[in-house]
Design a protein around this ligand. Sequence first.
Ligand code: FMN
Length: 268
Amino acid sequence: MPIVGIDYEKCNDCNICVTTCILFRRDKTQNKIVFNNSTELCNLCGKCIAKCPQDAIIYEGMGEAYIYEGINKPETIASYETIYKFLRANRSVRLYKKKKVPTDNIRKVFEAMSYAPTADNMRSERFSILSEQDKIKNLNDAVLEAILSIPEMNERYGLIFRLTSRVFHSPVYFDAPHVIFVDSSEDSKIEATNIGIIITYGRLAAQALGLSTCWNGWTQIAMRINPKIKELANIKGNTVGVLIIGYSAEKFYRASPRSPKPIDGLEE
Ligand SMILES: Cc1cc2nc3c(=O)[nH]c(=O)nc-3n(C[C@H](O)[C@H](O)[C@H](O)COP(=O)(O)O)c2cc1C
């Protein structure tokens, strides 16, 4: 059990863990707070660790808690205006420099992805990356074949791929230097949502590192049409998220417009 228990040398009996999680309770006979580690209910969310003022929760195999200025006031780390501009600047980039992304920065993107929330803190997803252009090309060819084998998809994307094939070696991936995969074998109806959030964390982290990305739904669709394609990406799970990443060769002078969305239930 990763939450081992309570360090009574540090615990000041403040009760915060008890009001935070049902697995903590006051034991009347011992007159102290105890952690019920006999159940499988703990999903390792770590809130007890994060909220204990005395740092008295003993845990193992969960990584390290992270202490930084602004933890209780994240709005002092980045204002709404900053975040809004950052989000508006996020673009799906479809033109990349050949330059590879240094491994340190790739790791940072995966690190941010690993902190994305997942339903019940399941964290069943597997991360991987393909950076060899010949492997990306093989995947590209298989994805193209699968997509174009479906008449509706051919109608929607046939011309686009014929045109982009003139420009790109691997048009499905716009010749980006890396393709990131997040896959899961978890048979859960919510898994695609988990992966969507993970990919989004990765995209935002990438943007903060001066990198650009584009979600690749085509690969996800193609893997459903022909599950053998997963082997080319060394993927086993049935739910997949795919992201290309690299340095943008596109330049933007303004954030794209979008028509406003009506909000039902909000007063004028
Ligand atoms: C789930 C999802 C799948 C996507 N799949 C693809 C794709 O296969 N190929 C592609 O070029 N863009 C893909 N996109 C990018 C969208 O086309 C893009 O987000 C949209 O046109 C808005 O443009 P923007 O991201 O630059 O604001 C995908 C986006 C999402 C959210």
